[in-house]
Design a protein. Sequence first.
Length: 103
Amino acid sequence: MIFSPQCGTINERLALVDGKRVANINSLRMDREYEGRGHMSRLVKIMELYAKEAEYTEATIGVEAGETRNLGIYLHWGYNRLVLSEVEDGSLFLYYAKDLSLT
């Protein structure tokens, strides 16, 4: 979970992290053998709760446009408002936001 827009990964993109009310979930990875067990869902819920308790009202998450499985998961988790699309290293990335007051 990233809270500072000065983080190199965020690079001052205030739509993703503004240091006040918007935080970002970044670099989620899981070995295939552990997929489908709910580990990532539980981890994301813990991060969302932590951000909410720190008085953040929104969380963002990014996905490479071609990763339709991950996009579907993020939409299912409530990340359903597109806030930014950007080409990074030759690939299109989509960034979605979730209202944490709904969690």
